[in-house]
Design a protein around this ligand. Structure first.
Ligand code: AP5
Length: 218
């Protein structure tokens, strides 16, 4: 099974992708994570992408499509993919269809997480991540059980993303509404869309995604 998780910044794509990976033995492919790794490595791609990400704009289609193609080829045990944050434009969606077809695969289901813009700003500005294992937290909605200690790995260092401030979040939302929402119609045309209420708490959203996937495969 290959899934696309579609939704605005802060909708919960990364949170739910991690949970889906564990429950369904799928591989998460996050273009945001890949780009942040390139920025941290200081590569030329990373320097160019970092400037664009700081402004909350989209990195060119050919760059992210190339990253996804590389990662698909590196996956040797044939597990399905959860595409998190890709595609984000019609050009990327068409490229993904081609990449899948060339590998004898297809996008099976597209989960659209629906969340109000104001809630997204609150979610993103309160987000932090364990610097050791990448587990995500939120100042209000998902705190570690022991304050300052990661539930998953026991790490004690947490980071915040440079693009997680209100001004850049508003720019990211603008890019989402202008360039990514047309993908909902694109995938509705392929009869692959399941909409999920992303305003609910994390456990409830997880349950609704599972129900959508079970319903789609029945
Ligand atoms: P990317 O890293 O993909 O960021 P994004 O799409 O803006 O999404 P986020 O990672 O911010 O949010 P999320 O939906 O994963 O939410 P999360 O689960 O963390 O992209 C960053 C940048 O890279 C882009 O702006 C662009 O420049 C570039 N880029 C990436 N991909 C690209 C592409 N394909 N093409 C071009 N450019 C690209 O949750 C957020 C917070 O809310 C967390 O704290 C979490 O704990 C909390 N939370 C989650 N679910 C809930 C819930 N149900 N209730 C309450 N709190 C919740």
């Amino acid at each position: 099974m290959n899934l696309v998780l579609l939704g605005p910044p802060g909708a919960g794509k990364g949170t739910q992708a991690k949970r889906l990976e564990e429950r369904h033995a799928l591989v998460q492919l996050s273009t945001g994570d890949m780009l942040r790794a390139a920025v941290a490595a200081g590569s030329e791609l990373g320097r160019k992408a970092g400037d664009i990400m700081k402004r909350g704009e989209l990195v060119p289609d050919e760059v992210v499509t190339g990253l996804i193609a590389e990662r698909m080829d590196a996956d040797e045990d044939g597990k399905g993919f959860i595409l998190d944050g890709f595609p984000r434009t019609i050009g990327q969606a068409e490229a993904l269809d081609r990449l899948m077809q060339e590998r004898g695969k297809q996008v099976d289901r597209v989960i659209v997480l629906e969340v109000d813009d104001d809630a997204l700003v609150e979610r993103i500005t309160g987000r932090s991540t364990c610097a050791t294992c990448g587990e995500g937290y939120h100042d209000l909605f998902k705190q570690p059980k022991v304050p300052g200690v990661c539930d998953r790995c026991g790490g004690t260092k947490f980071t915040r993303r440079p693009d997680d401030n209100e001004e850049v979040v508003r720019a990211r939302l603008k890019a989402y509404h202008a360039q990514t929402t047309p993908l909902i119609g694109y995938y509705q045309g392929q009869r692959k869309v399941s909409a999920v209420d992303g305003m609910a708490d994390i456990e409830t959203v997880q349950k609704e995604i599972d129900e959508a996937l079970a319903g789609a495969s029945a």
